[in-house]
Design a protein around this ligand. Sequence first.
Ligand SMILES: Cc1cc2nc3c(=O)[nH]c(=O)nc-3n(C[C@H](O)[C@H](O)[C@H](O)COP(=O)(O)OP(=O)(O)OC[C@H]3O[C@@H](n4cnc5c(N)ncnc54)[C@H](O)[C@@H]3O)c2cc1C
Length: 200
Amino acid sequence: MVNATGRRFVNEGADFRNYTYAKYGRVILNQPDQFAWQIFDSKVTHLLRDEYRIKRITKVTAPTLEALAEKLEGVDSRTFLHEIKSYNAAVDTDTVFDPNVKDGRGTRGVDIPKSNWANTIEQGPFEAYQVGCGITFTFGGLRIDPETAQVLDNGLAPIPGLFAAGELVGGVFFFNYPGGTGLINGSVFGRLAGSSAGDA
Ligand SMILES: Cc1cc2nc3c(=O)[nH]c(=O)nc-3n(C[C@H](O)[C@H](O)[C@H](O)COP(=O)(O)OP(=O)(O)OC[C@H]3O[C@@H](n4cnc5c(N)ncnc54)[C@H](O)[C@@H]3O)c2cc1C
């Protein structure tokens, strides 16, 4: 994944997608012009999730890296080609690639390491997808008593008769969010809030 300067900016293989997609939105928001391009070569395009095949995406393809570089809108093409070359040279090809586990197939000697699933980008045709940052939730909201789900005021006193659950509750997630836990959060605190309200 490269930004407008043509350089990588994050460890793309730090963990499985469900543990990185929320916090990497914020990382992309901090890049110049707030976008990135994800680059894949033909060795791995069959592994892409279905969302890469919907119509409303920004995708470019090219038979060579040089031709691809010209199509990456907003990206410094010369730095991009140099970055791919350095990245390819750093890939640990001695370790077997396995997308089903954290395979430890990383990079060596680049400023921003990739810890898992590192593959060289050298076999055309190449595909690139432009990505930005969307709002899934605010990571903030009302403070509740975790035992009763009762909403607390600014002085941390419970507000009589007011209970809360779900996405409007703050303090459950902040720096990151593991995919699929929003509905669990809603279920757990929803049951608690409902039973507390019934008891009140
Ligand atoms: C793109 C996306 C993908 C997600 N994927 C997953 C996933 O795969 N798994 C998972 O577990 N979670 C996922 N989540 C999170 C999950 O959807 C939320 O945690 C969950 O829907 C929150 O439910 P809620 O009832 O607390 O809030 P909401 O679903 O936001 O419901 C709040 C309701 O209140 C209404 N409302 C707001 N203000 C007022 C008002 N003044 N008067 C009356 N009504 C009002 C709103 O219209 C809305 O209908 C995803 C969220 C997003 C945005």
